[in-house]
Write a protein that binds this ligand. Structure first.
Ligand code: FES
Length: 105
């Protein structure tokens, strides 16, 4: 299973994904620069990603906490999510996200 992450320079990276890991952890573990300051506690907004349009409706909806925290992120779009709040499951095999501005480590 894998996810595809586009970095801020527009390069795609295919990352091996494990069930039960947060998408933020997969990105960080692979070594792509993602700040994720709070370590996944939904308390910083610096793990912000854009989800590819075809995947938006296939994700578990954002919680109120996530929506609140996204308010403090930069350049929030309709397809914005906090990657620490997306738990990887086999249904998300092939998920595509793009690292958003403000999440640089
Ligand atoms: S790592 Fe802080 S909100 Fe996701």
């Amino acid at each position: 299973m894998h996810i595809i992450v586009t970095d801020r320079d527009g390069n795609d990276h295919t990352l091996e994904a494990l069930e039960g890991w947060r998408v933020m952890e997969i990105i960080r573990d692979y070594g792509l620069p993602i700040k994720a300051e709070c370590g996944g506690a939904c308390a910083c907004g610096t793990c912000h990603v854009y989800v590819a349009p075809e995947w938006v409706g296939r994700l578990y909806p954002a919680s109120e906490d996530e929506i609140y925290m996204l308010d403090s992120a930069f350049e929030v779009e309709k397809n914005s999510r906090l990657s620490c709040q997306i738990l990887f499951t086999p249904e998300l095999d092939g998920l595509r996200v793009t690292l958003a501005p403000g999440s640089e480590s």
